[in-house]
Structure formats: C-alpha cells, structure tokens
Write a protein that binds this ligand. Structure first.
Ligand SMILES: CC(C)(COP(=O)(O)OP(=O)(O)OC[C@H]1O[C@@H](n2cnc3c(N)ncnc32)[C@H](O)[C@@H]1OP(=O)(O)O)[C@@H](O)C(=O)NCCC(=O)NCCS
Length: 242
C-alpha cells in the first residue's frame, strides 16, 4: 500500500580513498565542519588550519549501486619530517558510527581489513591513513587522539606515548605499529616508484603480497575468509585488470 511504512535504505558498501573530485572534497570539508565545529564545538566556523596546506585528505564514501553517494568519514595525513607522518581530524558521520552491517566486498574493494570485530568505518579510515602513509615512505606514524578514543586506537595496535591537553581537551599522543599496516596496495595511491617496482617484479610479487595480506595479524578472522573466497578476484585487482 502507498501509505505502508517502509525501512530506510542503509548503505552497506563503502570505499576508502584520497579525496580528489569536487564532490569528495566538498563532502570532506562539510563533514569535518559538522563533527569538529557543530558536534564537538572545538572550533567555531571552520576547523581548517595550516596543516591543511600540505595534508592529504582521505574520505570514506558510501556506495549505492556501485556509485559514490555520500562522504561519511574523514581523516587527513601529513608528513612533518622525512618519514614522520601524522594523522588527524578523524571522524565518522554520527549515523554511520559502529555500524554492524558491512558488505564483505568492502574489504576486497579497498584491499584492506574492514570487518565487524575489528571495527568498521573508523577503523577502516585509520587503516587507510596509515597504510597510505606507509606506501609513501612513512617510518613513524603518530596522532594526538582524544582521550576517550585512546582505547579504540589501542585495540588497533597503537601505543600511548603520553598525555597532553589540546583545545582544552585531554588528548593522548599515540604511535601506530606499522607492522600491522601494510603499505597501501591500491595502485592509484602508491607513488610512481613503488608502482613501477611492483609492475617489474611481476606475478611472483603479487602472490607474495596476497599471501602476506592473508597472514597479516590484522587480516585474521572473518577477513581472511573473505580473501580466501575471493582470491582470484583479489589477484585480478592486484594485476590491475580487474
Ligand atoms: C572515533 C570514531 C571515528 C570511531 O568511528 P566508528 O566508525 O564508530 O568506529 P568503528 O565502527 O570502526 O569501530 C567501532 C568499534 O570500536 C569501538 N569503539 C568506538 N569508539 C570507541 C572508544 N572511544 N573507545 C573504545 N572503543 C570504541 C566500538 O565499540 C566498536 O566496537 P564493536 O565493533 O565491537 O562494536 C567515531 O566515533 C567518531 O567520529 N567520533 C567523533 C569524532 C572524534 O571523536 N574524532 C576524534 C578522533 S581522535
């Protein structure tokens, strides 16, 4: 019947990527403003600062029928000294926090572990941020994390380095264990030199990459099953003809 109630559609498919298009960038700035100005009230009209002049903006966008719909998560990364990278402005739109329904395709499409038990979009953004920096030469990845989120980061293999106050709020400086964040495998964001090395080393290297991916401690449990089940698809994606 026309007036029957209906369930709201909730996307279960997501992509994690460097924001590049106008829509992605607009969504990135709008979500940062919504979280850090309106929701948390840390900044007034804008949360932009000088870090944004050199930072790489990363977004998580929902997919509807395979096409990008809304930016639902943000984070930025920047290199402050050679090899020393920072992540900041991590946030997920309120209605997409701690989501429980996630398509297994999210892990395959993004070449990264995202599944219930490890975490969903927040954890996925952290993985994307650190593994992207790792692919770009990061040797140490740090963040100053709001105190209430320190346990969340610890579960994702970050160690606390000390407490401090920022913007009147308690924060914890933390370091990511890079052993748990393999360099990003998505050719679109890997630097040219890494990409050409990967192309030259051919199939043997690809096999090695996918095996390491399966054995990585952050890739255990459900995610490992996703990768085993989709092995041929992952190989195609790694070869770049998928
Ligand atoms: C922190 C934040 C990014 C997490 O995003 P998210 O999408 O909810 O995270 P995920 O769904 O990947 O992971 C959630 C899991 O971690 C747990 N978790 C989330 N926040 C946590 C916290 N502060 N402490 C401990 N565990 C936490 C949840 O219980 C959940 O576990 P479950 O899957 O077993 O239920 C999100 O809550 C957010 O945007 N907060 C507001 C912005 C903010 O605080 N930014 C500053 C970050 S330093």
């Amino acid at each position: 019947m026309l007036f029957d109630s209906y369930h709201c559609f909730t996307p279960q498919d997501f992509v994690f990527k460097i924001a590049q298009t106008q829509l992605e960038l607009e969504g990135y700035w709008a979500l940062r403003r919504a979280i850090f100005c309106q929701e948390q009230g840390i900044f007034h009209e804008s949360d932009q600062d000088t870090v944004d002049e050199r930072a790489i903006p990363i977004v998580c966008a929902s997919l509807v029928a395979g096409m990008e719909d809304l930016v639902v998560g943000v984070v930025r990364i920047d290199e402050r000294e050679p090899g020393l990278w920072y992540g900041s402005r991590l946030g997920v739109a309120e209605e997409f926090r701690s989501i429980k329904k996630l398509s297994p395709g999210v892990a395959v499409r993004n070449h990264q572990p995202v599944y219930r038990g490890l975490g969903a979009l927040g954890a996925g953004l952290i993985y994307k941020a650190v593994s992207t920096a790792h692919a770009l030469g990061c040797r140490e990845f740090l963040a100053t994390v709001q105190h209430q989120n320190a346990r969340f980061f610890q579960r994702l293999h970050w160690e606390p380095m000390g407490e401090l106050e920022l913007f009147g709020l308690a924060h914890v400086k933390m370091r990511a264990d890079l052993n748990y964040y393999l360099p990003a495998a998505n050719p679109a964001i890997v630097s040219t030199s890494t990409r050409s090395r990967r192309q030259h080393s051919g199939r043997r290297r690809l096999r090695c990459d996918s095996r390491r991916r399966r054995l990585s401690p952050v890739c255990g449990g459900r995610n490992a099953r996703v990768f085993r089940g989709e092995r041929s698809m992952v190989r195609r994606l790694f070869r770049g003809d998928g």
